[in-house]
Design a protein. Structure first.
Lengths: 152, 362
């Protein structure tokens, strides 16, 4: 999914999916406490079938599964939050669902966005850029050797 | 063939497994290895277990490697068994490998590819000399970095496609066949074949791919492109109704470019074999691409004569879990089978001896 085409909720869900429970706890310390909640589903572990396309752009095929944990919560303010996160971290999925619910509340959105989503998004982007800089350092700079024969 | 329940081995089995646990742990004076160490420091082993176990989860694969004492086929078996205990929540949207965060990307056919040739963390060009510094415990220097602007990395057929010289992908939204849900049927579609090859044994596919290079169904391959990196996985949960990104998977993709003489309906052009594998696994992705192309022989009007071109041969034998099951089942008690074989042989020998005596008497 192209970053530019994402809605704000799609962006924060993708950030939460890549943050460990420890990272979420750490950043939540800088935000008002999350509302009480009740889990409607999970957190539960399961699988998602990852797909590719033949040749990269042709018909889809099933590549193999990945482990995923999902959770749905309803918070005390009546908002429903969902999370589907790669891996098997139940605490991450539950926190991600609670944060997803709270971010939908306009009274809570900005504080959570600033304390949790923005710094995590920045760290995730920095990690990607680091890979790009390391890769750039291994870029081959071709030059051609002109061979000359001296016996002409 | 019949199996007979044999009782009486329970204590022996329990004690054998206790001993196995001790042996797995090794010398207790040597530190226990953590699964995090395996995931971080034996990444290629973990990648192979994820690919052949057909489940992307580095920490689970690391546990499997530890439990199997580094026997990677046994580890893949453990992972396959684990996956059967979990429900499938969804099938993802096909990953877009053109949008991967790329660590490595090379082409053997175009020197000046748009986006460049990025060697990434590679064993290529190493001298294959054992590095005793690693034995002593060695902290490597930080990798070099060069400021990089995000640059488009078009695929090989997007570069050559304009002239019609290279086969293009035929996009389709058809629901792919799933070999984990339906029995394999032949001739198998390319979707079912690619799924089988993606989790097939690296050694088997390597040998099959190699056989095509040595003339057993050859189609003169070039590495159009290999790219290694991470791609985001999107699903559309019904309760949300829109796509969400659930995380990244590391992938290796190989586009193999092959000669094709053309057919009645198609002019001569390059065709492609495709490899896509979980983790960083260039050898596997290249072998997969060679075999994918070989298995397209019938579709492209080529004569099917070499093992690598034979769908049933390749697909039925590439799965190392199934192969292990059938080969290793020979260890299980066959006492009754063997007893009956023994009696048959004795009877045949007695008959033969009687005949020889009769002939001698005449």
């Amino acid at each position: 999914m192209a970053e530019a085409a994402k809605t704000p909720r799609q962006i924060w869900m993708s950030v939460l999916a890549r943050a460990s429970a420890a990272e979420l706890h750490l950043h939540l310390q800088d935000a008002p406490q999350l509302p009480d909640f009740r889990t409607l589903r999970g957190p539960e572990a399961g699988l998602v079938m990852v797909r590719g396309r033949a040749g990269g752009g042709g018909a889809a095929f099933n590549l193999g599964e990945m482990s995923v944990t999902r959770c749905t919560v309803r918070d005390a303010e009546g908002r429903i939050g969902h999370a589907y996160v790669s891996g098997r971290d139940a605490a991450q999925a539950e926190l991600a669902a609670r944060i997803d619910a709270a971010l939908q509340n306009p009274d809570r959105h900005d504080a959570l966005q600033d304390a949790v989503i923005a710094p995590l998004a920045e760290a995730q982007s920095a990690a990607r850029q680091l890979i790009q800089r390391k890769a750039a350092a291994t870029r081959v700079q071709f030059f051609t050797l002109a061979t000359m024969r001296s016996d002409s | 063939m019949a199996y007979v329940a044999v009782k009486g081995g329970e204590r022996a089995i329990d004690n054998a497994h206790r001993w196995l646990a001790e042996e797995r742990r090794g010398n207790p004076e040597v530190a226990d290895i953590s699964t995090a160490q395996i995931a971080e420091q034996l990444g290629r082993a973990v990648d192979r277990v994820m690919a052949e176990g057909s489940l992307y989860d580095p920490s689970l694969a690391a546990l499997a490697v530890k439990q199997a004492q580094g026997d990677l086929i046994e580890a893949a078996f453990l992972v396959r068994a684990y996956r059967t205990t979990l429900p499938r929540f969804a099938a993802a949207e096909p990953v877009d490998t053109a949008e991967m965060t790329i660590k490595r990307r090379i082409s053997a056919v175009f020197k000046d590819m748009p986006g460049g040739q990025l060697l990434g963390p590679t064993y290529d060009y190493t001298h294959r000399l054992l590095d005793f510094a690693l034995e002593a415990g060695f902290t490597p220097p930080a990798p070099a970095e060069i400021p990089a602007e995000p640059e488009a990395m078009p695929r090989i057929h997007d570069i050559l496609g304009g002239e019609g010289l290279m086969e293009q992908d035929a996009p389709s939204d058809a629901e792919p066949f799933d070999i984990t849900r339906a029995p394999m049927q032949f001739p198998a579609g390319r979707d079912a074949r690619l799924q089988s090859l993606a989790r097939g044994d690296e050694g088997f596919l390597l040998a099959m791919g190699y056989s095509t290079q040595r003339g057993w169904g050859g189609s003169h391959p070039f590495v159009g492109e290999i790219r290694v990196g991470s791609a985001s996985v999107d699903i559309v949960p019904p309760e949300l109704g829109f796509a969400i990104d659930i995380g990244d998977v590391e992938l290796t993709e190989c586009q193999m470019v092959n000669q094709f003489a053309g057919s009645k309906t198609q002019p001569p052009q390059f065709t492609r074999g495709y490899g896509l594998v979980f983790g960083h696994s260039e050898r596997k992705s290249m072998a997969m691409a060679l075999v994918d192309r070989a298995l397209r022989a019938a579709e492209l009007g080529e004569e099917v004569k070499a093992p690598a071109q034979m769908q049933e041969f390749v697909i039925y034998h590439c799965d190392n879990i199934e192969a292990t099951g059938f080969v290793e089942h020979l260890k299980l008690p066959h006492y009754v089978d063997f007893q009956s074989e023994l009696e048959t042989i004795r009877r045949m020998r007695a008959d033969a001896e009687r005949e020889m005596m009769q002939q001698a008497a005449q």
